[in-house]
Design a protein around this ligand. Structure first.
Ligand code: NDP
Length: 291
């Protein structure tokens, strides 16, 4: 039985926040307070919690964050007009549109309308393109947080086999690109998805598994090799013993004792996602000074 190390996202995120104070101070000395405009459409309870947690962190660090709350019935044009207004407002260095959007709004159109230089979520095609050619500017927050966490806990990817399960543009695909970049991970990467036949064949070879599928507790001990590091990105709400609980994509009790390390759910990757949104907004303000 291995003594599985728990990789705390709370610890790693605080290490990042500690490193940001000097950068925030330097910007403020130059009269710049990094600012985020967060747009929330509708009343989805989970989205409300996510946005509140994000803006709370900006407030705690003395940064600017304004929340724009729009009715579920807002038209696409009204939303695009608001984005155009924020694009032109120099006090905002980052724009976050909380997803998912109501069905009558084309999310791609909205993402494409954000000024790529304020795209702190890293979803704009210009930023996705820069990442794919190995010149990352704004990297999506969850993958960037995963990379920070692995480095913080000395999980060396160099020459290792990383198996990513899930190919979304928000998590899986950018993690696979980051892990493979020579300057960052330098790992050999396999990207799996629902069309992968015999998923186990791949995960059992992995030194590091990144589980980003959205399937509660799907990956149990039979999927992994002894000593693997497991990054559990999933956030799944399930009913257990009459209670509503949040679990990841990894069956954590099953892999404990077989994995060398594991990110918990909650308090694993989640806090890193917020921390990286703050970092990206600071990067945006710093880039403005350079240009
Ligand atoms: P998506 O639903 O967009 O993507 C899921 C991916 O997993 C798809 O590529 C899908 O394949 C693949 N997949 C699903 N089931 C299987 C399976 N049985 N075998 C292999 N591949 C499978 O989800 P997201 O990437 O947005 O999110 C993934 C999870 O991470 C969710 O639980 C989400 O809540 C969580 N999340 C957590 C964050 C955090 O901060 N901790 C941030 C963002 C997301 P295919 O492409 O073929 O459909």
């Amino acid at each position: 039985m291995l003594d599985t190390k728990i990789l705390s996202g709370i610890e790693a995120s605080h290490a990042l926040y500690d490193s940001l104070h000097d950068r925030i101070h330097t910007l403020k000395e130059k009269g710049i307070t990094p600012g985020l405009a967060a747009i929330l459409v509708g009343e989805d309870p989970a989205s409300q919690i996510y946005v509140r947690n994000k803006t709370k962190r900006f407030d705690a660090l003395g940064l600017k964050s304004d929340l724009y709350r729009l009715e579920d019935s807002v038209s696409q044009k009204e939303l695009l007009d608001l984005i155009a207004k924020i694009n032109a407002d120099d006090s905002f260095h980052g724009i976050l549109v909380q997803l998912p959007l109501p069905k009558h709004i084309d999310s791609d159109k909205v993402i494409h309308a954000i000024d790529p230089k304020k795209d702190v979520d890293g979803f704009h095609p210009e930023n996705a393109g820069l990442l794919s050619i190995g010149r990352p500017r704004f990297v999506p927050c969850t993958p960037k947080g995963i990379m920070f966490m692995l480095k913080h806990f000395d999980v060396d990817l160099n020459g290792k086999h990383v198996v990513v399960v899930g190919r979304s543009n928000i998590v899986g695909r950018p993690v696979s690109v980051l892990s493979s970049l020579k300057s960052l991970g330098n790992a050999t990467v396999t990207l799996c998805h629902s069309g992968t036949s015999d998923l186990k064949h791949f995960t059992q070879q992995a030194d590091v598994v990144v589980a980003a599928m959205g399937s509660p507790e799907f990956l149990d001990a039979s999927f992994i090799k002894e000593g693997a590091c497991l990054v559990d990105v999933g956030i799944n709400r399930i009913e257990r013993d009459g209670k509503s609980v949040i679990v990841g994509d990894v069956n954590q009790p099953s892999v404990t004792g077989k994995a060398s390390s594991l990110t918990p759910v909650p308090r694993g990757v989640g806090p890193m996602t917020i921390a990286m949104l703050v970092e990206n907004t600071i990067v945006s303000a710093e880039l403005l000074l350079l240009n």
